[in-house]
Ligand binder design. Structure first.
Ligand code: NCD
Length: 280
């Protein structure tokens, strides 16, 4: 976090830090923010990026296993940012790889670099995570960003976490375990949870991960009543992309920080890349 803040405050100071290094981005799922911010972070550190336009159109269609692909790509690069539709894929890849694997999202599993940039954004606004009251709302079952955020918040002395989910998308047991030691409350209603929040963290319904035959649950939409209930000092976060849960009119609210949050992804990933590629 301190490194990311240093990168944000003095980006030019780190311009050539990774001048000889190559990052490979291997994405088996769609991405805009995560991929571009990893690539931008690497370029801002003077490093290089290699990539396949869409990993699903590469060797995987010829039947190559993830393990073989990772082994091969590790011969071409110094670190791999991997996004994959299966939970556990990053760990599997790491076990097969001689170079660092950065998990850029593994199915409904984890999205650790997103959690770091989320926590970094909270830190920039509040100075500390200690004592914060955080509401996580939306798809808490298939949304990987909240899984990783819970793991991270569980390491700090946050005051409380409120959970709000549409029926069928409630938080799995693991999320509760991640937050052991934190006061957790489940709310049926977004406005009521918002009223006691410093951070309102919304997520979209991960339609692509709903099992076949399950119809899409109605999202929890951020309406005017929730904005009215949310304290003035609070912030509204979202990992993006948004769907109906976060209407565009919210962008004009001074508490909306999600575009700033997305931008913080570059600083956080600069810190991460520097950490794994240039141990001090
Ligand atoms: C998230 C993801 O891929 O899990 N997006 C992102 O990385 N910013 C959230 C999402 O897709 O809903």
């Amino acid at each position: 976090m301190a490194q990311a803040a240093a990168m944000q405050n003095r980006p030019d100071a780190y311009r050539d830090t990774l001048a000889t290094k190559i990052l490979a981005t291997l994405f088996y799922e769609p991405s805009t923010r995560t991929r571009l911010s990893f690539e931008s972070a690497m370029l801002r550190l003077g490093g290089h990026v290699i990539s396949v336009a869409d990993a699903n159109t590469a060797s995987v269609v010829k039947g190559e296993t993830l393990k073989d692909t990772v082994r091969m790509v590790s011969g071409y690069s110094d670190a791999i940012a991997l996004r994959h539709p299966h939970a556990g894929a990053a760990a599997k890849a790491a076990a097969a790889s001689p170079i660092p694997i950065l998990n850029a999202g593994d199915g409904a599993g984890e999205h650790p670099s997103q959690a770091l940039l989320d926590a970094f954004t909270m830190l920039r606004h509040f100075g500390s995570l200690d004592g914060l009251s955080v509401t996580m709302a939306g798809d808490l079952l298939y949304g990987r960003t909240v899984h990783s955020l819970a793991l991270l918040l569980g390491q700090f002395r946050v005051r409380s976490v409120q959970l709000v989910a549409p029926p069928g998308l409630e938080a799995p047991d693991e999320l509760h375990t991640s937050l052991a030691g934190v006061a957790i409350a489940t709310f049926p209603d977004l406005a009521a949870a918002a009223a006691v929040s410093d951070v309102l963290y919304l997520t979209r319904v991960q339609v692509e991960r709903l099992p076949a035959g399950v119809s899409k649950p109605a999202p929890l939409v951020l309406e005017e009543d929730t904005l009215l209930a949310l304290p003035h000092h609070a912030i509204i976060m979202h990992p993006l992309p948004r769907r109906d849960e976060l209407p565009a009119f919210v962008d004009a609210d001074p508490r909306a920080v999600y575009f700033e949050q997305a931008k913080n992804g570059v600083f956080m990933r600069m810190a991460l890349l520097r950490h794994v590629l240039k141990p001090e």
